[in-house]
Design a protein around this ligand. Structure first.
Ligand SMILES: C[S@@+](CC[C@H](N)C(=O)[O-])C[C@H]1O[C@@H](n2cnc3c(N)ncnc32)[C@H](O)[C@@H]1O
Length: 312
């Protein structure tokens, strides 16, 4: 059942100035905010660019409803969709959209998702092992942790985070089933990591929680599909912006953007291209990080990396 309540949705948007600097130079038309969240990026974009209409997407119902209220004043210019990135093609077809002027993917979870213990995203509060962004989905973190084979759990933790002790954590999970709630899971991860290593690199459960969340929500598959579709619809001089929060996401975005900027060319760099690659975009700069001032005010900005693709 969908939770229809819309609690106070406070999420401080990251790298706002950097996003707006890019939005300032795109052509008029349709802008896609694929990660609407609390709607702060969208609100500033709509205020500033009266010639843009917004396709606003989030697969979290409470985020979408809170942002719908916030963006009420722009209602004629915004279309809302309670959908995942992988539905973008379907959304564009349904709305007769042939080209877009720009897109934004501000990845990961929002502060309200993390702060609501009931959602099960946080290792700091006790809650059910849920972690679904879209509560219509069947599979929860509890299902994965209490049913998958040890080798699958190890693979998920290794793939989705840089956790050195993935194998030990997977063994501990399987030995201590059933795991019932987030604090029990966080404590178990702590026990699996040797004491000396526990003192480095933030909370010991951080990486494993991230890895399981990514698996529950198919985050890398969604990202690849969503960004690829958005690039295909970008009109000349249109820009795509992605803000990622860990190396796995950033690597994927860098690869997807680079492929457009090189046309997938495989010729040696010092020789002329003979492979017939067609360059469809350029990269105005490599990954940008948040300013020291922003990081001081918002810890979440610390790991943010923003990449831009400009269509040619
Ligand atoms: C960091 S928040 C975005 C914050 C937003 N930029 C703002 O200004 O408030 C990320 C949002 O993206 C949503 N999200 C993550 N993956 C998604 C996906 N595959 N499809 C749709 N929404 C997704 C999450 O539910 C979350 O609300």
């Amino acid at each position: 059942m969908e939770n229809k309540s819309t609690p106070n949705f406070e999420h401080r948007a990251v790298m706002m100035n950097e996003v707006l600097n890019v939005v300032d130079r795109i052509p008029s038309g349709i802008f896609v905010d694929a990660t609407l969240g609390g709607g702060s990026h969208s609100e500033e974009i709509l205020k500033r660019r009266l010639d843009l209409e917004l396709i606003a997407i989030d697969r979290d119902y409470s985020a979408l409803e809170a942002a719908r209220q916030k963006l009420q004043k722009f209602s004629g210019r915004v279309r809302f969709f309670h959908e995942p990135f992988s539905s973008l093609e379907k959304i564009f077809a349904g709305e007769d959209i042939l080209h877009i002027s720009g897109f934004l993917f501000d990845l990961g979870v929002s502060s309200p998702q993390l702060d609501n213990a009931e959602r099960g995203f946080s290792y700091r509060f006790d809650g059910p092992l849920d972690m679904r962004m879209d509560t219509r989905q069947q599979k929860t973190a509890s299902y994965l942790l209490n049913n998958l084979e040890e080798s699958d759990l190890k693979g998920i933790i290794e793939r989705n985070s840089d956790e050195r002790f993935a194998a030990r954590i997977a063994t501990f999970i399987v030995k201590n089933r059933p795991i019932k709630n987030t604090l029990e899971f966080a404590e178990l991860i702590k026990k699996a990591i040797p004491a000396a290593a526990r003192r480095r690199g933030g909370h010991p459960a951080k990486r494993t929680f991230q890895a399981i969340r990514m698996e529950v929500n198919h985050e890398l598959e969604e990202l690849s599909q969503g960004v690829t579709t958005s690039i295909d619809y970008l009109k000349p001089k249109g820009c795509g912006i992605v803000i990622s929060y860990h190396s796995g996401e950033d690597r994927m975005v860098k690869g997807l953007f680079k492929n457009v900027a090189t046309g997938g060319c495989s010729c040696p760099s010092k020789l002329p291209c003979v492979c017939g690659a067609v360059i469809k975009g350029k990269l105005p700069h490599s990954g940008v990080t948040a300013s020291k001032e922003e990081i001081k005010e918002n810890r979440r900005a610390k790991s943010a990396r923003l990449r831009v693709l400009e269509s040619v």
